[in-house]
Design a protein around this ligand. Structure first.
Ligand SMILES: [Fe+2]
Ligand SMILES: [Fe+2]
Length: 141
C-alpha cells in the first residue's frame, strides 16, 4: 500500500469518506502498477478510472455543500477544477510518452509518483476538512 486512508482524513460524512477511500485505492492501484512495470495501457485505464470517479465524487461533494449553504463553495469548486485539469494533463503526457512504446518501460518519474500520492490527501486536508464542521453542525453525517 502506497496511499492509505486513516481517521485523520475523515470528513465525518460516511458516503464522502467512502468515496475518498475508493479514490485512494485507485491511486494505490496506479502506484502498484507502476512499480510492477505494467503496460502503459493499464496505467491509462487506471488514470481514466481515477478521473471518472473523481469527477463523480466532486459533483456529489459540491451538491452537498451547495444544499447546505457552505460559504466556501466557489473556492472549493475551483480547487476541484484544478485537480481534474492536473490529472487530465498527466494523462495526456503519459499518452504522448506511450506513443511508440507499446508497453513498459514507460517512465513515471519519482516526482510524478509523489504528486499522485499527495494529489487527493493534500486536497482533503486543505479543503475537504474545511466543510467538516459546517456539515457536521447541521447534522450531515
Ligand atoms: Fe473536495
Ligand atoms: Fe472530497
Amino acid at each position: 500500500m502506497y496511499v492509505t486512508w486513516d481517521e485523520s482524513l475523515s470528513v465525518g460524512v460516511a458516503e464522502l469518506d467512502s468515496d475518498h477511500k475508493k479514490l485512494l485505492a485507485i491511486l494505490d492501484d496506479f502506484s502498484t502498477a507502476c512499480y510492477a512495470g505494467q503496460g502503459s495501457q493499464d496505467l491509462h485505464d487506471i488514470l481514466a478510472r481515477l478521473i471518472e470517479n473523481a469527477k463523480h465524487h466532486f459533483d456529489k461533494e459540491e451538491a452537498l455543500m451547495d444544499r447546505h449553504g457552505y460559504p466556501m463553495l466557489a473556492e472549493h469548486k475551483k480547487e476541484h477544477q484544478k485537480l481534474i485539469e492536473q490529472m487530465e494533463r498527466l494523462e495526456r503526457s503519459l499518452c504522448a510518452e506511450a506513443v511508440g512504446a507499446a508497453s513498459f518501460p514507460l517512465s513515471v518519474s519519482n516526482d510524478t509518483m509523489k504528486f499522485l500520492n499527495n494529489w487527493l490527501t493534500d486536497h482533503i486536508k486543505a479543503d475537504d476538512l474545511g466543510y467538516k464542521p459546517h456539515l457536521n453542525s447541521l447534522g450531515v453525517r
